[in-house]
Ligand binder design. Structure first.
Ligand SMILES: NC(=O)c1ccc[n+]([C@@H]2O[C@H](COP(=O)([O-])OP(=O)(O)OC[C@H]3O[C@@H](n4cnc5c(N)ncnc54)[C@H](OP(=O)(O)O)[C@@H]3O)[C@@H](O)[C@H]2O)c1
Length: 412
């Protein structure tokens, strides 16, 4: 259906902070012959971005579209096989484009970490996308690619060994260094405001199965709340504290399980934490991390402290500089134990600021995967997750791009 499109990939939001990085990544890494384009609401600023991308992008078409103008989004969706969107906050700006792509049978990938937006997209666009054949894939950046692919790889390893279903599974962020952009802050604050204003939305985002395709069919595994303070895990021999992105990543991973007919297992208990060693200093470090997270969340919640932080933190369009982006990194471990009692460990790691340098690799490769690897992708359409839309094909691409994604069985 989409073979007749003018373009293979379009980056919508190319004038934004992360949009420029993704466009730059594609200009540097898309194979020759890939027809790419840039989209946004100002032709002039798009031309400036394109001029900074070098010779590879010199002939890329520029498409003018605005989130508030559905006909322009319909034209954008019809122009390409794949649209990647970095136009956020997504809850405010994103749904009309998802709808346009779902209707046009155009694959779509974004960087959202907003649970309320993904839920909206599922409720309004799943059926349309499933009918048209569009793959709508949210969370194709640091939220939630490492989590979603890491757990998928553990499932594939256990299945290959005939080692049973995944049961207790813990993702621990062991090291992370990076910055934050104004667009990410605006998205965080937007979701905070909405949740504070409505008890129903609070209840929704607190639900571990908030993104389930069939809430009533989800298993009852007891308390699955995200960790909100410090704890020692004797089995894993580590202190752990909260991880800021657990609230979205865990829901995406549980959705992946459900979309695959609960292939990971009906007793798959999943959590995400910040991991520390078992050293004497570890509980203090974990407590400091937990307290720091709560302080930032509280600071962004209330008018006066938000205004103060607003003066210190980046505005929309701004983000971490070149040095922060290149010296950043993340190292994630995912531990699981299967129904047969076999233990596995996944490592997911990359050099580069997780939310910007590494994320532009993840979203750029997701775009190429959707555009170029179609015959290797799972036969699914609808509102999907990175694991259920692209799975092993995206993992292979990320490895080839220098990211680490490995699994190994641990001795008992
Ligand atoms: N999941 C992750 O790991 C991850 C990592 C990084 C970022 N993000 C998310 O990515 C999003 C973008 O972040 P950012 O820092 O790049 O934000 P940003 O610099 O503020 O960029 C926002 C982009 O949206 C465009 N835009 C705004 N309103 C629009 C409209 N009505 N129509 C068309 N375009 C419009 C802006 O265009 P103009 O230039 O015309 O204003 C700009 O290109 C945020 O939601 C952030 O949370 C996620």
């Amino acid at each position: 259906m989409s073979g007749d499109r003018e373009l293979d990939v379009v980056v919508f939001g190319a004038t934004g902070f992360v949009g420029r990085l993704v466009a730059g990544y594609l200009a540097g890494h898309a194979p020759g012959g890939v027809r790419a384009g840039l989209a946004g609401r100002s032709q002039r600023r798009l031309a400036e971005v394109r001029a900074g991308l070098g010779a590879a992008a010199a002939a890329w078409p520029l498409l003018v579209a605005d989130s508030a103008d559905p006909p322009s989004l319909a034209a954008l969706a019809r122009a390409a096989r794949v649209v990647v969107s970095t136009v956020g906050p997504y809850r405010a700006q994103g749904l009309a484009l998802v709808r346009a792509c779902a209707e046009a049978g155009t694959d779509y990938a974004d960087l959202t970490g907003e649970v309320l937006f993904i839920r909206d997209s599922i409720d309004h666009c799943y059926d349309v996308a499933a009918r048209s054949g569009a793959r709508i894939v949210h969370g194709c950046g640091f939220d939630s690619v490492p989590s979603d692919l890491g757990v998928l790889l553990l499932h594939l390893a256990a299945r290959a060994d005939d080692a049973g279903d995944l049961q207790d599974t813990t993702l621990a962020v062991m090291a992370l260094r990076g910055g934050i952009s104004g667009g990410t802050l605006a998205s965080l604050m937007g979701q905070q405001d909405e949740v504070r204003a409505s008890a129903a939305r609070r209840q929704m985002v607190a639900d571990p199965y908030a993104l389930s395709p069939d809430r009533a069919a989800e298993p009852d595994l007891g308390d699955e709340r995200d960790l909100d303070w410090v704890r020692y895990d004797g089995g894993l021999r580590m202190w752990m504290g909260p991880f800021a992105m657990a609230g979205v990543n865990t829901r995406v991973v549980r959705r992946s399980n459900a979309l695959q007919g609960w292939a990971y297992g009906r007793r798959f208990r999943y959590r995400e934490v910040t991991g520390f060693s078992a050293s004497p200093a570890a509980p203090l470090l974990a407590a400091m991390t937990g307290a720091g997270l709560k302080t930032v969340q509280a600071g962004l919640e209330f008018g006066p402290s938000r205004a103060l932080l607003g003066r210190l933190l980046p505005a929309p369009g701004q983000g971490p500089g070149e040095k922060t982006r290149s010296t950043g990194y993340f190292r994630i471990q995912i531990h699981t134990r299967t129904s047969a009692g076999v233990r596995y460990l996944a490592a997911v790691e990359a050099q580069g600021d997780p939310g910007y340098a590494a994320t532009s690799v993840m979203l750029g490769q997701a775009a190429l995967c959707l555009a170029l690897d179609r015959d290797q992708l799972p036969g699914r359409a609808g509102v999907l997750t990175p694991a259920t839309a692209m799975g092993a094909a995206l993992a292979a691409r990320l490895r080839a791009a220098g990211h680490t994604l490995t699994t190994r069985q641990l001795t008992q």
